[in-house]
Design a protein around this ligand. Structure first.
Ligand code: GCV
Length: 721
């Protein structure tokens, strides 16, 4: 027995070392928030007084094995060696399992009912005369989530006595959408090539895939859409399905289901069909056969994500059918297997209609027309992941259709890889937005967790920011955005500041001298981006194609709503998009209390002013200052905030490991340069169109407008192909 235990421990140590990589790479960010750095003496003593051995079932599922391996990895890192484990109870033991896998837990009659499928309970308990810490759940994946939570607690050096923690997710589908192409590029990806090496799959299962799954599971993510929503039909060819199945096999122990983005025209491209009309029985039969094939290879396949009749993608409207016709046909193919269709509501196209209104106008009439296994995937705002948008009116309007929120973790419009923009406050703003659909308190969070309208399906998706960069996300601070997405997917009421603190302690160690300034920087960072890019409700002012840098002057693109001038509407008389009742009337898509607040200049928040109103340059804001002065002030403030972050970060040089310190310092200086560029180029254009003099006390743009207009960046990363 001892020998077996010993051998197990030795293997576990060896595999932990192999998985975490050589120590020379210890602080390049590759370990994310799962660093398991050595504990100091006091923390070791605190742990030793509570946990000295592990009790777990002998015959374990792959998921319980993953939980045990994670404990081994964690304790090997934090203590220098894993703790012994077997099936016996030990004094000061850590007992992990489900009542089904561990009879000792069944005997306790724990209140597991409220945990549902994925929740967990961590409790200090006296059992058979011994002091134990238990991690219990109804399912093995719940145990794994609980193990991650306990390890995190130990890493953060939080008290381990008298624990009574109960945690269960509010949302069922907690999904990362990877916009990864089959050639290894990533649309709007700024962290290197795709994680999935389609070329060497399925033969080679890169250990990176397991580490990806561990990272996702550690924050409760339970689904991954593997490929770009601008989907190649090839993903459904047998050759690729074998690769998808290999990834599903790796992810399964970590509770992660795979999903695929599908191209609506696949039956025509891959089959011999002349049409992809969803009402054509041959088309429906093709999809059914395809679904059956997928489920034979991947019995727990999650389902399809579909971008249809959007930005040139094929869809049911090509055959004069509705989005519901298209979604329901796919849903019928998946339903016998328990799969879902996530149908995107990101559509626009009518040149004569305010783009912000189009998704609502197309989908609202279809409320109630979707099959039971369809969920609409709606971006947080009505346009497209801008630094700030009001919430999409669809969230308050579809009372008989489940909706999932789509957030963008990759920062396509918020400085891409290099800006330090913590998205917790943006996600929080989106989730806490009150739709008033059922009176006050009808938040987007309650729409997507299914509770407001009593939906069976609940979901949230984040467009992933992962790639093959050593630090996975392009920068250390971008990792926080992956982390906070997971936390808010689990609990949509999570507090952005608390999550920032948690992430900082895991990422840099629980040292208050670091945590306080880091959290301060993070919590101010997104508003800084709003200020230096698009203050006071401006939106969509970025460069063409690459979406990099400012270009408020662009007005010659093929479609009106691609042009920044379409959104800013700046001229001699004023600036802003009139979406009031006397303008495009987009306000009427919101519930009356919200519509009135946005419609009325007296109540519209300054932050949304130019989104909803066209006002003269000398318009007076609630503060009493003129819009023109306030614009100049916001740009300048944004730049100063970045300078402040640079100063704050510089003070941390003695406390942060060299590699991660240097990269963040360099990225902050890039961000500062870009913030100045956004301010100067934007102000140069507003000066030009308004004919006004620069408000006193603000720096004049470093160059004339022509200079900024002439800049071009053909090799900027992440561009759509
Ligand atoms: C995947 C924006 C992005 C596109 C993206 C699209 C979408 O337009 O720039 O790259 O396409 O959103 O969400 O479908």
């Amino acid at each position: 027995m001892i020998a077996t235990l010993f051998r197990f421990v030795a293997i576990a140590v060896a595999s932990a070392v192999l998985t975490v990589g050589p120590s020379v790479n210890a602080e390049d960010g590759h370990k994310l928030w799962l660093r398991y750095a050595p504990l100091d003496t006091a923390a070791r003593a605190a742990l030793a007084s509570r946990v000295t051995a592990i009790t777990a079932a002998a015959d374990t599922s792959p998921t319980l094995a993953a939980a045990r391996a994670e404990l081994d990895r964690g304790f090997a890192g934090m203590l220098g060696a894993p703790l012994p484990h077997d099936t016996a109870l030990h004094d000061h033991g850590l007992v992990i399992g489900t009542p089904a896998s561990l009879p000792a837990l069944a005997a306790l009659h724990l209140p597991l009912g409220r945990l549902g499928h994925d929740g967990y309970l961590i409790r200090s308990i006296r059992m058979n005369g011994k002091d134990e810490t238990i991690v219990a759940a109804n399912t093995d994946i719940g145990v794994l989530y609980g193990v991650f939570a306990l390890l995190e607690r130990i890493e953060r050096q939080q008290p381990l006595a008298d624990l009574d923690i109960v945690s269960a997710p509010r949302i069922d589908l907690r999904i990362l959408d990877h916009w990864d192409n089959l050639d290894g590029s990533v649309e709007r990806g700024y962290a290197g090539r795709s994680l999935w090496d389609w070329w060497t799959l399925p033969d080679y299962k890169d250990p990176l895939y397991t580490d990806y799954a561990r990272a996702d599971a550690s924050i409760g993510i339970n689904g991954a859409v593997l490929n770009n929503v601008n989907a190649s039909p090839d993903i459904l060819r047998p050759r690729y399905l074998a690769k998808v199945a290999a990834l599903a096999d790796v992810f399964r122990p970590y509770g992660i289901k795979v999903y695929l983005s599908v191209n609506f025209a696949s039956p025509m491209v891959l089959g011999d069909l002349k049409t992809a009309d969803p009402l054509d029985p041959a088309v429906a039969a093709w999809w059914k056969r395809k679904a059956d094939t997928i489920y034979r290879a991947i019995p727990d396949f999650g389902g399809f994500l579909v971008k249809a009749n959007s930005e040139g993608q094929p869809g049911p409207q090509d055959y004069h059918r509705s989005h519901a016709d298209g979604a329901n046909m796919l849903a019928a193919a998946l339903a016998p297997h328990g799969g879902v269709v996530m149908w995107r509501a990101f559509v626009y196209g009518a040149a004569d209609k305010d783009r912000a209104k189009q998704a609502f106008d197309e989908f609202k009439p279809l409320d109630g027309a979707f099959a039971a296994n369809v969920i609409l995937q709606v971006k947080n705002g009505p346009i497209d992941f801008q630094p700030r948008e009001p919430f999409s009116p669809l969230f308050g309007a579809m009372h008989r259709t489940p909706m999932m929120l789509e957030l963008q973790i990759t920062k396509e419009y918020l400085g891409q890889a290099t800006s330090l923009a913590y998205l917790g406050p943006l996600f929080e703003e989106a989730l806490r937005a009150d739709t008033y659909a059922r009176g006050k308190g009808s938040t987007v969070a309650r729409v997507i967790d299914g509770s407001l309208f009593g939906n069976r399906l609940s979901g949230i998706a984040g467009v992933a920011n992962t790639g093959r960069d050593r630090d996975w996300a392009g920068s250390t601070f971008n990792q926080a955005n992956w982390f906070v997405f997971g936390r808010m997917a689990w609990n949509p009421d999570a507090d952005a500041g608390a999550v920032a603190r948690e992430w900082s302690e895991l990422t840099f160690g629980p040292d208050r001298r670091i945590t306080t300034p880091v959290v301060d920087m993070m919590m101010r960072s997104r508003e800084a981006v709003v200020d230096y890019m698009t203050p006071l409700g401006l939106a969509h002012q970025m460069g063409t194609g690459n979406h990099y840098g400012p270009a408020p002057w662009v007005s010659d693109l093929a479609r009106p709503e691609w042009n920044p001038t379409y959104y800013n509407r700046a001229d001699r008389t004023g600036i802003g998009f009139d979406r009031t009742a006397s303008g495009s009337d987009a306000v009427s898509q919101y519930a009356p209390p919200v519509a009135h607040r946005f419609d009325d200049l007296a109540t519209v928040p300054d932050a949304d002013l130019l989104w909803f109103h066209h006002v003269p340059w000398d318009y007076r804001l609630h503060s009493g200052e003129t819009l023109w002065h306030s614009l100049a002030d916001h740009y300048q403030h944004g730049v100063e905030e970045v300078a402040a972050m640079q100063r704050e970060w510089a003070t941390l040089a003695p406390l942060i490991d060299a590699q991660r310190f240097a990269k963040t310092a360099a990225f902050l200086s890039i961000e500062h340069r870009e913030a100045v560029w956004w301010r100067d180029a934007s102000m140069a254009y507003w000066l030009h169109v308004s004919g006004l003099p620069l408000p006193a006390g603000y720096p004049a743009p470093a160059h004339d407008l022509g200079y900024y207009e002439a800049l071009s960046f053909p090799n900027a990363p992440g561009q759509a192909k």
